[in-house]
Write a protein that binds this ligand. Sequence first.
Ligand SMILES: Cc1ncc(COP(=O)(O)O)c(C=O)c1O
Length: 444
Amino acid sequence: MTHILHRLIRHDYPRAATARGLYIHDRDGKAYLDASGGAAVSCLGHGHPDVLAAMHAQIDTLAYAHTSFFTTDVAEALADDLIAHAPPGMSHVYLVSGGSEAIEAALKLARQYFVEKGEPQRRHFIARRQSYHGNTLGALAVGGNEWRRKQFAPLLIETHHVSPCFEYRGRRDDETAEQYGQRLADELDAKIRALGPDTVIAFVAETVVGATAGAVPPVPGYFRKVREVCDRHGVLLILDEVMSGMGRTGTLHACTQDGVSPDLMTIAKGLGGGYAAIGAVLVGGKVIDAISAGSGLFQHGHTYIGHPVSCAAALAVQRVIRRDKLLDNVVQQGALLRRRLQERFANHHHVGDIRGRGLFQAIELVADRAEKRPFDPALKLNARIKAEAMARGLLVYPMGGTIDGVQGDHVLLAPPFIVQPQDIETIVERLGGAVDAAIAGIAT
Ligand SMILES: Cc1ncc(COP(=O)(O)O)c(C=O)c1O
């Protein structure tokens, strides 16, 4: 009998006991190849000696100091490191303990920016359907996943949602990717005009959509057009790279590949690689300047922000990624993973789309390929695939509600940046077996 309120109260979870490299071992000695890094977290795999050494050293030196009294060498060094490699225009870092906290801080920074500038009437956030920005109330409010929002809807701040950039599901047959991106940018423009341009604070979007729709990259040019729309109306652009950032797509920041810089950017999972709970907001100079010239105080804060041990972990993770040139490996192994997924699933009757960037790839399952018709959600195909994969010693990140929060199933893959070709073979082989077994289980 457990006293933990687990995610699924009646589910019997195996107990993770040890982990090294790509593998987690449970208490019974079963090994699981971690092909999703949990939820795209463990970018260096498990038990990396350099990260552990940095954390041990930090614990022995200074485990904790409250940020209202002190700054620390390690937090300053991490912030310097992050800004040195940030998209153009970023000048400061706000350190938090995870992705949802990063989004909450970004929303408040954006609001405070306009208050400081003498535009207190700005109060609207616009985000996209089928997005996920976290489970705290502000983050849930901007998130666009109906299933996650529904029962809490009466508690959520008012937000407005526009269409996601989801080419497989959203691009019409009679339009090019370019025209599709333009149509979506026009939709955002129309939404801002309808609300009143001087009442909108920010547009919030995941650069590459993660959990809710499964590694969905934007069409080329989409974010440039979005940036133009935001600039036209003086609206801030907040990019959420909690899942897709910090190297996952092959560049440190996913938005680099789209040629845009946001005003605020959230990062988390790959920042600390799972070694410690840490997230951050990268803050653009213009936001800092406004607050600095005004109250001089960001009205926010949590007890564990800038935690020295978390900062030491994150700094070590980032240094290892650079020292070992792991982003090159993300590009190479990402291309191999994509190729092997194509070979295994491109002609599969029940795989409608294979998509992603770098080591952030997904397959979308369909009952009928020609019609792109999803499986009945009651069949819980995604949960069956997860169970079949675990039975085969493979950890992947399947999710339902891919299309609208209810319909659709996908499987997300986000292996550690240290993955090698033979691991990719094992991942694709086991995933193929799991998908086939799960579908066969439905048919019988
Ligand atoms: C894009 C995105 N934003 C925010 C979050 C929330 O992060 P956390 O679970 O660390 O609060 C997640 C988590 O999956 C995410 O994928």
